[in-house]
Design a protein around this ligand. Structure first.
Ligand SMILES: [Zn+2]
Length: 353
């Protein structure tokens, strides 16, 4: 500023062998692999520029900083989906834990290990997008009559929660009892994992199994959330009295994965075999599913619009600041932003002087 410098910005094609572009790329690559600040303290003496966030100087690698902010904002948008807020206050869920478990699951998305279907199941389960009869009735009312109940038990609509509570009993399919026993297995593995870390008193040993999320009998809403992969906040809050969040997530994540593998193999896949046989008996073939509606398409368009509205984007409600602080308190992905721990995530402001 003192020197009255004039800067002209010129855009050059990428990989066009522009000498300055190559130099800039190489500097950027070097800087990216360094965790410390990209600007040395000495540089501040010479450059009239300081990046700040909420009036605090950013004394770390600016690329990592931007990525963390982008992660935090993406997670905020995710937590704010109407399908989650419809369940209750966002404070009922441990979003940092949910984020951790999802990020651990990423490996399943690759085709190399041959389990992309399970990964898709987990995501659809979390988002309540599995093709249950209730979902199909909304998507394709011309094929699936709105009056139809669960084809197995014929006692209730087949929505997501009904998958685990269906009372139908076959030698190789017993959703309700399978869910009970898998919840117990999940609960007991959690208990023994945490007890193996350090000796804990009887209050812990009796308090942990009594948490609402293990109540499979009715089952409780939080038990159904946990089944979906939505970690209830009271579960991690209880454990957090004895363990840091990073340890809790590290131990719960693989156990939740095992639990969902069992749900996938023992309930969902078996249910699909029966469901497809039932569809055939109703004259619903793969070809008729592809054909789409033949008449009355206007009413169908309206209903699919209604369904999509639950995917509403972020609403800037007052509780967003609550989530922000909850996110910032935990989750290894943002742990290097130590100085931000006491702040809420605000729209990024960069000031120069
Ligand atoms: Zn049923």
């Amino acid at each position: 500023m003192d020197r009255n410098l004039k800067v002209n910005l010129i855009k050059v094609p990428a990989h066009g062998d522009d000498i300055y572009n190559i130099q800039a790329d190489s500097l950027a690559k070097d800087a990216h692999s360094v965790l410390q600040s990209t600007v040395s303290p000495l540089a501040f003496c010479y450059t009239p520029c300081l990046l700040t966030f909420n009036s605090l100087p950013i004394d770390m690698n600016i690329r990592h900083f931007f990525r963390s902010i982008a992660d935090a904002r993406a997670l905020l948008s995710f937590c704010s989906l109407a399908r989650f807020t419809a369940l209750g206050s966002p404070s009922l869920f441990d979003w940092a834990g949910i984020h951790f478990c999802l990020s651990q699951n990423k490996g399943f998305a690759s085709h190399k290990n041959g389990r992309p279907e399970f990964w898709i199941f987990c995501i659809k389960l979390l988002l309540d997008m599995l093709p249950t009869l209730s979902t199909l009735q909304q998507r394709k009312p011309y094929l699936y009559s709105p009056d139809w109940l669960c084809p197995q038990c014929n006692s209730a609509p087949e929505d997501l929660n009904h998958l685990w509570t269906c009372p139908y009993i076959l030698p190789d399919l017993n959703p309700c009892l399978t869910h009970h026993s898998e919840i117990i297995k999940f609960r007991d593995s959690c208990l023994s994992s945490f007890l193996s870390l350090k000796p804990l008193d009887i209050t812990f040993q009796t308090g942990f199994p009594a948490l609402d999320c293990w109540n499979y009998e009715s089952p409780s809403p939080s038990c159904l959330w946990l089944t979906r992969g939505l970690l209830p906040a009271h579960l991690t809050a209880f454990l957090n009295q004895h363990f840091p969040l990073s340890v809790i997530y590290k131990y719960i994540s693989p156990l939740l994965n095992d639990f969902q593998v069992a749900l996938y193999g023992e309930i969902w896949l078996c249910r699909n075999v029966l469901f497809h046989a039932w569809e055939e008996s109703q004259g619903i073939s793969a070809a008729s599913k592809l054909r789409g509606p033949s008449i009355n398409s206007s009413s169908i368009a309206t209903s699919s619009q209604n369904h999509n509205s639950s995917l509403a984007s972020v609403s800037q409600d007052s509780w967003i600041s609550w989530i922000s602080s909850s996110i910032i308190q935990g989750g290894s992905w943002i742990s290097h932003l130590d100085f931000l721990r006491r702040l809420t995530v605000q729209p990024l402001r960069i000031s120069f002087w």
